[in-house]
Design a protein around this ligand. Structure first.
Ligand SMILES: Nc1ncnc2c1ncn2[C@@H]1O[C@H](COP(=O)(O)OP(=O)(O)OP(=O)(O)O)[C@@H](O)[C@H]1O
Length: 251
């Protein structure tokens, strides 16, 4: 696998990749009950950072990621990504941000089963409107160590390989912000470590990478750890005991 190659399309990152949340709350109304998923959250993330969002189940991690990724809209407060105010944007503006600024990877990979690895990755480049989508897809697959697997379907790949395809699909967009929701949750330890290394390399190459997890061990390799509890930020700083190399992780 090649190491920290810049994959970000420079024309897309001209506005930087800062993330700013000011006084952000998200409430859901379910029947007569209001569920507060996030309450008055202030968060500022610099460019090219590897940030882990840690917290128990129900603490608001996925809600936070969805707000940053313009998949959801705050009930209160302001969310800005790469200089764009998502909260004030129209649905078209939010769709543009999803296409050209952020990309996602998920615990369950979410590959299209009827597409090959190459076609899955090309899909990412196509949605982002890259003219050279097929070439970008082939290059990105090679970058995540999957040259030679272009024509494999998801069911012909291991879990770790499928997650690599999902990462390649995200990277092939050329978008500067990568949002990952429990990306190692379904993987064994060794495979999970390799995926984390790959994500860390993207931050080293200039992306802003946010990884949601409830696995405290993963947080040890981050530049910064944001801890959530019941919708509030209760911790924010470097990992306790300092940043560890991925090779020191155990879980
Ligand atoms: N669409 C929704 N409607 C109602 N309540 C919701 C909705 N989405 C999230 N919630 C509630 O908001 C709170 C935060 O949920 P969220 O999924 O962000 O937590 P999480 O930390 O990601 O949890 P997990 O680790 O289990 O995925 C929970 O109480 C959840 O039930």
């Amino acid at each position: 696998m090649s190491s920290a190659q810049p994959v970000v399309d420079a024309s897309r990152s001209a506005q930087g990749t800062r993330i700013d949340l000011d006084g952000v709350s998200r409430r859901y109304r379910v029947g007569d009950v209001t569920v507060t998923a996030l309450e008055q959250v202030d968060l500022h993330v610099d460019e090219a950072a590897f940030v882990v969002i840690l917290g128990p189940s129900g603490s608001g991690k996925t809600t936070l990621l969805n707000l940053i990724g313009a998949l959801d809209v705050a009930s209160e407060g302001r969310v800005r990504v790469a200089g764009q105010d998502i909260t004030a944007a129209s649905s078209t503006g939010r769709a543009r941000l999803r296409r050209h600024t952020v990309s996602f990877i998920f615990q369950s990979f979410n590959l299209f089963p009827g597409l090959t690895a190459l076609e899955n990755v090309q899909f990412g480049a196509d949605v982002a409107g890259r003219a050279d989508a097929r070439e970008v897809a082939a290059e990105t697959l090679a970058q995540v160590g999957l040259a030679g697997r272009e024509n494999h379907f998801a069911h012909q790949l291991s879990g770790g390989e499928q997650q690599r395809v999902a990462i390649a699909r995200a990277l092939a967009t050329g978008n500067p912000v990568l949002l990952a929701d429990e990306p190692t949750g379904e993987l064994d330890f060794r495979t999970g470590v390799a995926i984390l290394e790959l994500l860390q390399q993207q931050a080293a190459a200039g992306m802003t990478v946010l990884v949601v997890t409830h696995n405290r061990e993963i947080a040890r390799v981050a530049d910064r750890v944001i801890e959530l509890s019941s919708g509030h930020i209760v911790g924010d700083g470097p990992p306790a005991g300092g940043r560890a190399p991925v090779s020191e992780l155990h879980w």
